[in-house]
Design a protein around this ligand. Structure first.
Ligand code: OXD
Ligand code: MN
Length: 593
């Protein structure tokens, strides 16, 4: 831990931060206040303390050097959308897509929970920067937390500590995030956002998305609001660079709902027949997109680490992730083998003896790893880490790709006619739910732009903002939709997915360059089977036909569903989007007759 004189130096860097820390300390009554400097020594010391206190378990140091296991309270293993609020002065500004409480009432409720909650605990001050420290697109925040686990995770996930505080002192602005694990009582658990005040209050959960306030709370909910006022986009998107054998790199930004394979796609391994192709990861979860002076759209990843779902990660599904999580990784809620190695469903080796709750493993009672168990790891450990991941100006985006987990309906890939049609495509994203949220699993839900849990304001205004950003771009990215999850009648996946998805990305890039052909359909441009590079892939003609089919009857139903959904947002839905939808409906109608 840093010594007192260093605390004084850090605290004196920003008077605004120090004044807010004092105010919070008055309310929460901590035993101690500690300003995080973000150094390696600090990380090691804090981790040691948690190990000594049995809050973290060191893992086998031969096979997993520097790795630790954290076990959550069993009631606290996922984001809690039903307890997450956007507290704007005007309810309409939060929109039907968010739970809402008036700011005054929200502060009253939250401050009552925070009163005295840090007695006997340490209050950690965590200054952080979302995005490269020297990027004009980055934004800073300070999280106050009483969880040392949160501090460690924030150190991996953000540029945290002294350098961030220096930037805050220069910028003069920062997002205030106040967090306490409280007593982890689900009845006293709330995540509240105050976009007009650029502040967040989170109580009663230690889980990543609820507690690492830089991630979903700041980089999406608060940032999407800031982005709207400042003319950019904060999106739930991975950013990946695809390098062809000629050495040209094309950057794609892809929005898929939680646990639809964003991390896997962001660090995909090309199939064997793709000699000379390389994949470069810029980010796996969040993209901040800015119109550039040259009329293109540029993306930065505000994060510096990955908070990925562990189950299913293996050398075949995601070799890069599998390799990088063998050192210096925080595992949360996985099982253990007899020799203290982490174990999760999807591993082909090892035998679990202890489940994620620390009980003897019994497959009939529980999986070894909680389905939403996580790894936290520095992005720099990724073998496919992009050289431009830290570039202050970001990377130019050639294509935006939406997608969802749909057993039926959505073809493998299709392309929007133009930006406005693409915005409609994004607004229509729907997916079968997974374990990252606490909802029932397997239910189709609308998730526009994969931002349903994360847009910090009314979706009607959000779509209007998307349309406005497009209008500013002389060279807007092409917009596509993909679906890796189509199944046949017996429930078998029709597309192999994983590395083979590069074949689809190749068509997408070639479309952006005007090199690939397509057929025009009622829902957009689709590849003919001969337009896709399928060399070396075993796939039946029937499967391909199904993957590339457009069923007008089903699409009529889908568009009617989207129409009904948009209607929930009433007058705030831009007229041009409604017109685009009625034209889409008209097109499927006519394609049927
Ligand atoms: C995540 C999520 O953790 O989307 O990234 O839930
Ligand atoms: Mn996510």
């Amino acid at each position: 831990m840093a010594t007192a004189p260093q605390h004084v130096t850090l605290a004196s860097m920003s008077r605004d931060v120090a004044a807010w820390v004092d105010e919070v300390a008055q309310l929460t009554q901590p035993k101690k206040i500690y300003w995080c400097d973000g150094s390696d020594a600090e990380f090691v010391a804090l981790e040691r303390e948690l190990v000594a206190d049995k809050q973290l378990l060191p893992l086998d140091s031969r096979s997993f050097p520097g790795c630790v296991l954290s076990r959550s309270d069993p009631s606290d293993v996922a984001r809690v959308e039903h307890l997450t609020f956007v507290c704007t002065r005007n309810k309409e500004d939060a929109g039907p897509n968010n739970h809402w409480i008036a700011p005054q009432e929200a502060h009253r409720q939250m401050d009552a929970l925070f009163a005295g909650c840090m007695q006997g605990r340490t209050l950690y001050v965590v200054p952080y920067c979302m995005g490269p420290l020297d990027s004009p697109f980055s934004r800073c925040g300070v999280e106050i937390t009483d969880s040392a686990y949160v501090v460690l995770n924030m150190q991996i996930m953000t540029r945290m500590g002294r350098a961030a505080l220096e930037r805050i002192a220069r910028d003069g602005a920062f997002v205030k995030g106040l967090h306490s694990t409280g007593d982890l009582d689900p009845k006293r658990r709330f995540i509240m956002h105050f976009p007009e005040e650029l502040s967040i209050k989170s109580f009663g959960s230690g889980y990543g998305g609820n507690a690492l306030l830089g991630k979903k709370c700041h980089a999406l909910r608060i940032a999407s609001w800031q982005a709207r006022t400042e003319g950019w986009l904060a999106e739930h998107m991975l950013i990946v660079g695809i390098e062809n054998p000629q050495g040209e790199i094309y950057y794609l930004a892809c929005a898929f709902p939680s646990a639809c394979g964003k991390t896997n796609l962001a660090m995909l391994i090309p199939p064997a027949s793709y000699q000379g192709w390389k994949v470069w990861t810029v980010g796996d979860d969040i993209a901040w997109l800015h119109p550039g002076k040259d009329g293109r759209l540029y993306a930065i990843n505000p994060e510096s680490g990955y908070f990925g779902v562990v189950p299913g990660t293996n050398a075949k599904t995601n070799r890069n992730a599998f390799e990088m999580i063998h050192k210096d990784t925080i595992f949360t809620n996985v099982g253990l083998t007899a020799d203290n190695q982490p174990w999760w469903e999807g591993l082909t080796e090892g035998t679990p003896v202890t489940d994620w709750q620390g009980r003897p493993y019994n497959r009939a009672i529980s999986p070894a790893a909680q389905p939403n168990s996580r790894f936290t790891v520095s992005a720099k450990q990724n073998p496919s880490y992009s050289k431009l991941a830290d570039a202050p100006g970001g990377v130019p985006i050639s294509a935006i790709i939406f997608g969802g987990r749909r057993r039926a309906l959505a073809p493998l890939v299709y392309q929007a006619r133009n930006w406005l049609h693409g915005v409609l495509m994004g607004a229509g994203v729907a997916s079968e739910t997974t374990a990252a949220a606490t909802d029932a699993v397997g239910v189709v839900r609308r998730d526009p732009m994969a931002m349903k849990p994360f847009a910090g304001y009314n979706f009607g205004d959000y779509w209007a903002h998307w349309i406005n950003v497009g209008a500013k771009l002389k060279f807007p990215p092409q917009i596509f939709h993909v679906n890796w999850f189509r199944q046949d009648h017996a429930g078998k996946y029709l597309w192999p997915g994983y590395g083979e998805n590069l074949r689809v990305l190749r068509w997408i890039i070639d479309r952006c360059n005007g090199k690939a052909s397509a057929r025009d359909t009622a829902i957009g441009h689709l590849p003919n089977s001969h337009d896709l590079d399928l060399q070396g892939l075993e796939i039946s003609g029937a499967a391909l036909e199904e993957l590339l089919a457009v069923n007008p009857l089903l699409w009529q139903e889908e568009f009617a569903g989207i129409d009904k959904y948009l209607a929930e947002f009433g007058e705030r839905v831009p007229q041009s989007l409604k017109t685009e939808l009625s034209q889409a409906l008209q097109r499927v109608h006519s394609s049927q007759v």
